[in-house]
Design a binder for this molecule. Structure first.
Ligand SMILES: [Zn+2]
Length: 495
């Protein structure tokens, strides 16, 4: 044994481990994986998630049986690296750690039969993504890994292990981070390769367990790419997509790693329908797929390309403050006078050669869709069935919101097929809403329009909303965020 083996970058994602010889006689250790004592350390963004105190002493890595962890990573690999959507109805935009744990707790105690079914769904999703499901008796931190579009999301809570011995305490604060797929897949796979290679049994039964792990590693390594990709999609959506792809002679543009069983870049339709936490009808899948076909093989305007960037969603900034900053940046680049009240958004979309398509989907939960990337003419799809798109002002807000996604929410491969709805990441959606509000109404223009009036009434807000072409409720919230109106004035204008 040669000490801790590290895989990955500690400032991004790193897993380190070593096998340890147990001082205890084999007979006194558990039958399953009793041979597999080891040391484990996980670092994300420079933070050591396994850091803990035991009897007053601080330690970076924890000692526990590693066999169950290796077995779990191998059996759930496909889901860990490719499944994004929650398998139960939830509108949470939080990280998987918050969403799954909060919903588990909510449904756990319920005696209502329907809730019991939801609980089972959450529980099985938890088994596929929560590190603690590998071994509930272990002292692991509560870490969740899931796909998030063309990225991997790692998120964690500060919940202590259920069976922690006295004097044991994990040190971490809750958090989450997004990585390029390889940044997480590579270290985890290398860890599995090392662990299965170097594992040492004691008894014959132990060696049978070691051999089983090695065999499983070899099997997972050969997983078919389409099987991996299918883990991102609901089965019924996949059927419709395959049917449509055949009819339209769609050539998949997915990318997979050469030496690791992982799809690093999904085929565009898979990317588009994968994260949806909504029952989407076959007709809607067909209609949206056909829009993709329509936009495919197009090009992006150079001016637009020059404005595209991927700022982190995990800034220290509040999402709304960040959205404001990004909107200022774009208004300046487009040479829009900050004092100008009404922005002709369609004019700017035309200038950037972004197509606007209005459709009436069967679902009313999708508000808008943004499509962009290599080989695509960028487009914004406005779903007329969504309640906010019933008015011209609502549609203007949707356009500005999706415009933010086109500029700032592309994947590492610079692609985007973002479907806006209550299930998408809360931070991304809040940022896009703030962007939209400021793009359509700057504080300079609002203050000029208000003049001396520091406590506008409801009628005044309505007038302003009409002249800026923005919904009155959205404007009222926007003005409070900008500190143009006080909390008292905000409360006084009720809706
Ligand atoms: Zn959105």
């Amino acid at each position: 044994m040669t000490g801790m083996q590290s895989f990955g970058d500690p400032n991004r994602f790193e897993i380190s481990a070593q096998w340890i010889k147990d001082k205890e006689h084999r007979n006194r250790l558990p039958k399953a994986y009793g041979w597999s004592m080891g040391e484990l350390c996980i670092k994300v963004g420079g933070v050591t998630l396994t850091e803990h105190r035991i009897h007053g002493e601080s330690k970076e890595s924890l000692q526990w049986y590693l066999g169950p962890l290796v077995a779990w990573l191998l059996s759930q690999w496909k889901w860990l690296m490719h499944e994004e959507a929650y398998a139960w109805p939830t509108v949470s935009g939080d990280s998987a750690a918050f969403t799954a744990e909060a919903d588990l707790e909510r449904y756990m105690g319920s005696e209502y039969p329907k809730d019991r079914d939801v609980y089972k769904e959450i529980r099985s999703w938890w088994m596929r993504h929560a590190l603690r499901s590998a071994d509930p008796s272990a002292l692991y931190p509560s870490i969740f890994i899931r796909r998030f579009e063309d990225n991997i999301e790692v998120s964690w809570l500060d919940k202590q292990p259920e069976f922690a011995p006295d004097g044991y305490e994990l040190n971490l604060n809750p958090g989450s981070a997004l990585f390029a797929v390889e940044e997480v897949a590579q270290p985890l796979w290398k860890f599995l390769e090392w662990a299965t290679n170097e594992a040492q049994g004691v008894t014959k039964e132990d060696w049978a367990q070691v051999d089983a792990l090695r065999e499983q590693f070899a099997i997972v390594k050969c997983t078919n790419i389409s099987e991996l990709e299918a883990a991102h999609l609901a089965a019924d959506v996949l059927t419709v997509l395959m049917d449509e792809a055949g009819k339209n002679q769609w050539k998949p543009d997915r990318k997979a790693s050469n030496d690791i069983p992982v799809v690093t870049q999904f085929d565009m339709p898979v990317l588009m329908f994968g994260g949806l936490n909504v029952n989407i009808s076959a007709n809607d899948v067909r209609q949206i797929f056909n829009i993709l076909v329509l936009q495919h093989r197009g090009v992006e305007d150079e001016k637009l390309s020059s404005l595209v960037s991927s700022p982190s969603n995990y800034e220290y900034l509040q999402p709304y403050a960040h959205g404001y900053e990004l909107a200022y940046q774009i208004r300046e680049e487009l040479d829009i006078d900050p004092h100008k009240a009404f922005i002709d958004i369609k004019k700017y979309l035309k200038l950037l050669r972004i197509d606007v398509l209005e459709v009436r989907l069967e679902t009313n939960s999708i508000r808008g869709i943004a499509i962009a990337g290599n080989d695509f003419s960028p487009a914004i799809v406005v779903n007329l069935s969504h309640k906010f798109n019933g008015s011209a002002r609502g549609r203007r807000f949707t356009l500005a919101h999706e415009l933010c996604h086109i500029f700032f929410d592309r994947s590492h491969a610079k692609r985007l097929s973002h479907v806006s709805g209550p299930w998408t990441s809360g931070r991304v959606e809040k940022r896009a809403n703030a962007f939209a509000a400021l793009f359509l109404a700057t504080p300079h223009a609002l203050e000029r329009a208000l003049g001396e009036n520091v406590s506008p009434d409801r009628a005044m807000i309505e007038r302003l909303a009409a002249s800026f072409g923005i919904g009155a409720r959205a404007l009222r919230e926007h003005m409070r965020n900008l500190n143009i109106i006080s909390d008292d004035v905000f409360q006084a204008i009720s809706y």
